[in-house]
Design a binder for this molecule. Structure first.
Ligand code: PA5
Length: 466
């Protein structure tokens, strides 16, 4: 395992009374062990099929990789259509591993890099769609429509708009070659459409839920198009999986931090801030927010008891949010745990030059921007510790396929362990499904007449309008 975990600043003997008493580990050993056993016993079963993805035979990916490299060669743009788990994993990984200004590169630079522009469209804002249409040349643009259920209104709407335009631009026979579908094989509207139209189609295992699907074809197909080494990504995830399958909580990073977060919740820290100190990891916070919120925010526990549990995830970026939110983290309510994501070595660093005419900036001389960023992270960790605030730091030696694979697997296991500890169903999302059904009803989908009546009858008092 390449990632390092420093949880000193969670502990009472380091930060004071507001921290977690080290004795809690022993007191809760039975519960921690039961959560571990629960997750481990279910690896590869039911909704825990995600845990086996890093263990597949990597040579089984060769055919898909070859096909996707053909697309890479001919595409000027590659567009992913999806939402939630069908978009946030891909967004977090491409931000981490591709040039973060890829789409701003001139065409000549993209050509020599052999890469298309990449757009991941995870919303249905019509202005955004309009903007995209003004940017892409349909004749050389390829689309990957991703929906696990095959039914999500947002993704289907995007698909209908773009497929219609593509057919008008290049004719039906050619248009179908511009679309790749990623969905559950044999189920749902997208699968049926893909079969009918003859799209190249990739499956998502039945037991791989949306927010746990980044290492399935949901992520692997677009990553392969963009030339990301998906075997290394999976190998990194496998390495972390091994570390997360160790029963000793002191050696298992996901089990330890899941337990500490649950203890923090018991102490009233109901907000979990993910704060990377690297723009490349900025969207890891989005991935984390979804997996943590949708998995742990539950009304009932597994015994049917009303618990209304969950820790609200929040995003911050170092150093940007030092000048926005850190004041609140340091002096506001004791209701947060901050997770810092640190990077030892940046792939490119920039030296800060000295200027003999500007004495006041002498202290910056001889340092790099990477050093400054890391110094500011250490300074913020210190400020929080001094104020008795809980935080822990996950360090990536550098950002690459292996370490990103490790980080993704860590988040998945941490969530699974926390859910098991809280005795909830980590892998369902009844609240999200309710909204999806109400949307179908409001748009007049057949079979949702009763739901429409229910939505309409929801009491609305006229006196509460302005
Ligand atoms: O994690 C989940 O299950 C959800 O967030 C889904 O990913 C999201 O609702 C999109 O669903 P689908 O992939 O079926 O279109």
């Amino acid at each position: 395992m390449k990632l390092r975990f420093d949880y000193n600043n969670m502990m009472a003997d380091v930060i004071g009374d507001r921290g977690i008493d080290a004795g809690k580990l022993g007191e809760n050993a039975g519960k921690i062990g039961a959560a571990f056993e629960d997750v481990l016993a279910n690896c590869g079963k039911g909704w825990q099929e995600w845990s086996e993805l890093p263990y597949i035979d990597y040579s089984s990916l060769d055919g898909m990789i070859a096909k996707m490299s053909e697309i890479r060669k001919k595409a000027s743009a590659f567009v992913v259509l999806g939402i939630g788990g069908s978009a946030l994993g891909p967004i977090s990984v491409v931000q981490a591993l591709l040039d973060m200004r890829l789409n701003e590169q001139p065409a000549s630079a993209l050509k020599s890099a052999g890469l298309p522009k990449l757009y991941i469209e995870d919303n249905i804002d019509p202005e955004r769609m309009h903007g995209l249409l003004g940017l892409i040349d349909l004749k050389t643009t390829y689309f990957n429509v991703i929906t696990k259920s095959g039914e999500t209104s947002e993704t289907l709407a995007q698909f209908l708009v773009l497929y219609d335009l593509m057919k008008k631009a290049v004719g039906k026979e050619e248009a179908r070659k511009h679309f790749i579908a990623t969905t559950t094989i044999g189920k749902g509207t997208l699968y049926a459409l893909a079969q009918k139209e003859g799209f190249d189609t990739y499956g998502i295992g039945p037991g791989v839920g949306g927010r746990f699907s980044v290492l399935s074809n949901v992520g692997l197909v677009p990553f392969a198009v963009m030339g990301i080494d998906i075997k290394k990504l999976l190998a990194g995830a496998k390495e972390m999986s091994e570390a997360c399958r160790v029963s000793d909580v002191k050696k298992n990073p996901a089990l330890m931090t899941a337990f500490l977060q649950c203890m923090a919740m018991e102490k009233g820290a109901n907000i979990s801030v993910m704060m990377p100190y690297a723009d490349s990891l900025k969207y890891m916070s989005d991935f984390y927010c979804q997996i943590w919120a949708e998995s742990l925010g539950k009304a009932k526990d597994k015994d049917g008891k009303t618990v209304n549990v969950g820790q609200t995830p929040a995003k911050a970026l170092g150093v940007t949010d030092q000048h926005s939110q850190v004041q609140l983290y340091t002096e506001g309510p004791y209701d947060k745990v901050v997770t810092f994501l640190a990077v030892d070595k940046f792939r490119n660093d920039v030296a800060i030059p000295s200027d003999p005419d500007i004495d006041a900036c002498d202290f910056l001389k001889g340092h790099t921007m990477g050093e400054l960023l890391n110094a500011e992270r250490v300074a913020t960790e210190y400020a929080l510790r001094k104020a008795g605030r809980m935080s822990f730091t996950v360090t990536l030696p550098e950002v690459n396929e292996e370490t990103v694979g490790e980080l993704l697997a860590y988040y998945m296991y941490e969530t699974a362990f926390a859910g098991a500890y809280l005795n909830i169903d980590t892998f369902n999302q009844p609240g999200v499904e309710e909204g999806k059904k109400a949307t179908f009803a409001m748009l007049g989908r057949k079979g949702y007449e009763e739901k429409l009546a229910e939505v309409r009858s929801a009491a609305k008092k006229p006196e509460y309008y302005i």
